[in-house]
Design a protein around this ligand. Structure first.
Ligand code: ADP
Ligand code: ASP
Ligand code: MG
Length: 404
């Protein structure tokens, strides 16, 4: 049985016209393949559902929250199936609990653990197209879970990996670009990108693919590509293993994230074990810390420690750290949620010097102050004031000559 896994994002199912347009892509593929289409909620729907859950409580319990916010995807799948059947394509929607798609126990950020491929193959014997809602799963307590914002990409790759099929992500841009094409008009499409670079771009904010979807594709060697649902004939971007052709690019792309916050703890005792007292409770609270910066005072006794985290977790993190104040032993705690992170990514950085210098030069010339810097083998990330994000991305894109 030849199967293709297609994923359609929010705008690709956001209206009756969009559903019909995406249905015609499904219909084309279904002439030669059995098709599994993973759908997102109609654009704006998940935000609307999240707002609804906050009407009666600022912090609704996470089980009810996931039950509510996972429903947008169910509606898209039902509507798509109703339409496909109306044009004589034999299809059905199949919710995650009906397969099941098993996830880890935690709500709102669950991870996919297993997918029952037997059920999928069995249904594919009776139907030409299966519509599976992205973003959701079911945990070992039989509770509905969600996978974090943008999680339908991960659902799609996970289903493709489980049945060893190719995964095509249909979205509102026709591929992965050197930076967000909605921010930089002359950004250039990247026809092929390595899993590793895509992983860095995604994890640094290029939301065209959810980070975990790339991680999973890389681990399972799933064939993955990004295409436009509006212009499906145009070739998109193939995400693949690194090869010599790709290695020539010193810098492949620039990502930015405005979803950042920073916490600074002042006058923390500089002694062994203190970091674990800070980051242990945060990890327990399921908060992912990203950049960490420590300055030790001149007498070597105290340190100021700053770190970044997702903006949505700021309140929770402050609450945890204030509760742990005596145990950690810091003097003051400050926070900021008006910062953003910009990252320059490229496998060629391994063998080319001067990438950092171009970054510092460009920001210096534009009078943009860098608050924190971190580097990895193929990435440099900096933290700046949020209000300079757009201009910094545009100037860096130009400085690295990424334009078309
Ligand atoms: P979907 O709803 O289909 O999942 P998303 O909004 O999650 O779509 O992702 C697509 C968006 O990602 C694009 O509209 C674009 O603004 C943004 N984006 C950010 N960085 C990039 C990049 N480097 N290449 C392409 N798109 C990017
Ligand atoms: N609907 C979910 C969201 O808006 C999941 C997704 O679209 O990937 O985050
Ligand atoms: Mg998305």
């Amino acid at each position: 049985m030849k199967v293709k896994v297609l994923k359609f994002g929010g705008t690709s199912v956001g209206s009756t016209e969009a559903i019909k347009r995406s249905a015609s892509i499904i219909s084309d593929w279904s002439k030669k393949y059995k098709v599994i289409a993973i759908l997102s909620a109609m654009s704006g729907e998940t935000d609307r559902l999240i707002k609804l859950t906050k009407i009666f409580s600022k912090s609704p319990n996470s089980m009810d929250y996931d039950n509510a916010i996972s429903t947008g995807e169910n509606v898209s799948c039902s509507l798509m199936s109703i339409y496909l059947n109306s044009i004589k394509i034999k299809s059905r929607s199949l919710l995650s609990w009906q397969i099941p798609i098993r996830t880890s126990i935690e709500h709102t950020k669950a991870r996919i653990l297993s997918i029952n491929q037997d059920k999928i193959f069995k249904e594919l014997q009776d139907y030409d197209v299966l519509l599976i809602p992205g973003f959701q799963g079911i945990n070992s307590k039989n509770e509905i879970t969600t996978l974090g914002r943008g999680g339908s990409d991960t659902s799609a790759v996970a289903v493709a990996a489980a049945i060893d099929a190719e995964c095509i992500i249909y979205t509102d841009v026709d591929g992965v670009y050197t930076t967000d094409p909605n921010l930089v008009k002359n950004a250039k499409k990247i026809p092929q990108i390595s899993y590793e670079e895509m992983l860095e771009l995604a994890s640094q904010g290029a939301k065209v693919l959810q980070t975990r979807s790339v991680e999973l594709a890389m681990r399972k060697k799933t064939k993955l590509s990004v295409r436009s649902s509006m212009r499906p004939k145009i070739s998109g971007t193939i995400v693949t293993e690194e090869n010599s052709k790709l290695e020539n690019n010193t810098v492949s792309g620039i990502a930015y994230s405005k979803d950042e916050a920073k916490i600074t703890l002042s006058r923390v005792l500089d002694k062994p074990g203190v970091s674990s007292k800070i980051f242990g409770p945060l990890a327990k609270g399921n908060i992912n810390v990203d950049m960490i910066l420590q300055n030790v005072s001149q007498d070597g006794k105290f340190a100021n420690l700053s770190f970044t985290l997702p903006r949505g977790d700021l309140e929770k993190a402050l609450k945890i750290l204030k509760k742990e104040k005596i145990n950690i032993g810091y003097k003051r705690i400050n926070s900021s949620n008006t910062i953003s992170k910009i990252s320059v990514v490229g496998v060629g950085m391994r063998s080319h010097a001067g990438v950092a210098q171009t970054l510092f030069d460009t920001l210096g010339k534009n009078k943009i102050n860098i608050q924190v810097i971190t580097t990895s083998e193929i990435k440099i990330s900096i933290l700046i004031d949020e209000k300079f994000t757009d201009i910094a991305v545009q100037k860096l894109h130009q400085a690295y000559k990424l334009y078309k």
